[in-house]
Design a protein around this ligand. Structure first.
Ligand SMILES: Cc1cc2nc3c(=O)[nH]c(=O)nc-3n(C[C@H](O)[C@H](O)[C@H](O)COP(=O)(O)OP(=O)(O)OC[C@H]3O[C@@H](n4cnc5c(N)ncnc54)[C@H](O)[C@@H]3O)c2cc1C
Length: 300
C-alpha cells in the first residue's frame, strides 16, 4: 500500500476530537492522553503535519474555546499576550505597535495574511522550530512564558523555554497560557530582519535587535538569532562587544564578527548550508543593529 505523505486536503488518520471549555478540562485531557494527544490552536502547523503523517495524534485537543487566552493587555510589567492571540492581531494591535513595535514587525513577516489570521503566538513558540519568527523578538526582549498544569500556574524565561530543535520546556499535561513581554527600555530602537526562500516561506535566518543609546554610546544591546542554531539564541558576544561603545561603522563591524561564534548551524538542515547561515546571520545582525541604532537616535 502506498502511504500518501503529501500536504493534500486529506487528513489520512483517525483521531478523537476534544473541545475543552476550560483550562482544567484541557489539562485533564492532556494528562489523560499524554503522548497520544496534541493541542490544536490555529492548526497551521499541526494540520499540515497530520496530512503528511509527520504527526499522528490519537487525540486532538482544540483549545480555541478556552476563554481569555487571546488577550493583548498592557500591565505594569509589560504587555501580556495570551497564547491564543493571533499573529495578525499582534501585527495590527495599536498597543503593540506603540509599545513593542518589534513584535508587530516580526508577526507581520509570517507567512501570508491567511496564515496570520489562523496562527497563534503560542503555536509559533511551541513548534520549537529554530526558525519561528516570534521566538527571536521574544528572546531579545527577555519575555516570560506562562505555563499551566494540574499543579497550577508557573513561569519561566523564554531562554529557559527553548531546549534545542524540536524540544521545549513543557512537561506532560502542561501548556502555555501566554507571555509577558517587558516594555523595551525607554528610547530603545528595535528591528527585525529575515531572509527566506520567498516572502511567504519560513526564515532561513532571522534576527531581532534592541538598542538604546546614552551619551552617544550603546547603553543596552540585545540581539537574538533564529534558524542558525538548534534553538533560537542570543548573540551575547556581539552584545558585549557593542555595549559602552560609540556605534560607529567600525564598532558594528567588530561586534558582528562575534556572531559566527554564537551560532551553530547544522549540515543536515534543508534550505541552506551552514556557511550561508553563518554569513547571513552576520549580515542580518548588522542590518538589524544599524536600523535599531537609527531608530534609537530619533529619540530626543
Ligand atoms: C504556508 C505556511 C507559511 C508559514 N510561514 C511561517 C513563517 O513565515 N514564520 C513562522 O515562524 N512560521 C510560519 N509557519 C508556521 C506556523 O504557521 C506558525 O508557526 C504558527 O504560529 C503556528 O501557530 P498555530 O496556532 O497554527 O499552531 P498549531 O498548528 O495549532 O500548533 C503547533 C504546535 O504547537 C502546539 N501548541 C499550540 N498551542 C499550544 C499551547 N498554548 N500550549 C502548548 N502547546 C501548544 C500544538 O500541539 C502543536 O504541536 C507557516 C506555516 C504555513 C502552513
Amino acid at each position: 500500500m502506498t502511504i500518501n505523505k503529501v500536504n493534500t486536503h486529506i487528513v489520512p488518520i483517525e483521531f478523537e476530537y476534544h473541545v475543552p471549555g476550560s483550562l482544567d478540562e484541557a489539562v485533564g485531557l492532556l494528562e489523560k492522553y499524554g503522548g497520544e494527544a496534541q493541542i490544536l490552536a490555529g492548526g497551521t502547523d499541526l494540520i499540515p503535519q497530520m496530512k503528511q503523517r509527520k504527526a499522528e495524534p490519537k487525540h486532538v485537543i482544540n483549545i480555541k474555546g478556552i476563554p481569555g487566552f487571546a488577550c493583548i493587555e498592557e500591565t505594569p510589567e509589560g504587555v501580556k499576550i495570551g497564547a491564543l492571540a493571533k499573529l495578525r492581531a499582534i501585527e495590527l494591535s495599536p498597543q503593540i505597535k506603540e509599545k513593542i513595535p518589534l513584535l508587530s514587525e516580526a508577526a507581520g513577516s509570517i507567512g501570508s495574511v491567511q496564515i496570520r489570521n489562523l496562527g497563534t503566538v503560542g503555536g509559533n513558540i511551541c513548534t520549537a522550530s529554530p526558525s519561528a519568527d516570534m521566538a527571536t523578538p521574544l528572546l531579545a526582549l527577555d519575555a516570560t512564558v506562562h505555563i499551566y498544569s494540574r499543579d497550577g500556574a508557573k513561569a519561566c524565561s523564554i531562554a529557559e523555554f527553548f531546549q534545542g530543535r524540536g524540544d521545549v520546556n513543557l512537561g506532560r499535561g502542561e501548556f502555555i497560557t501566554g507571555f509577558t513581554v517587558p516594555y523595551p527600555p525607554v528610547g530603545a530602537g528595535t528591528a527585525f530582519e529575515k531572509v527566506g526562500w520567498t516572502t511567504f516561506d519560513i526564515a532561513t535566518v532571522n534576527v531581532a535587535a534592541v538598542v538604546t543609546l546614552k551619551g552617544g554610546k550603546v547603553d543596552h544591546c540585545s540581539i537574538a538569532l533564529g534558524a542558525c542554531s538548534p534553538a533560537p539564541v542570543r548573540g551575547v558576544l556581539a552584545e558585549a562587544a557593542l555595549i559602552g561603545k560609540e556605534p560607529s561603522a567600525e564598532a558594528l563591524e567588530e561586534a558582528v564578527e562575534f556572531i559566527a561564534a554564537c551560532v551553530e548551524p547544522r549540515e543536515r538542515w534543508r534550505r541552506a548550508p551552514p556557511e550561508y547561515r553563518r554569513r547571513s546571520s552576520k549580515a542580518l545582525a548588522m542590518d538589524a543593529l544599524t536600523r535599531s541604532i537609527e531608530r534609537a537616535r530619533r529619540f530626543p
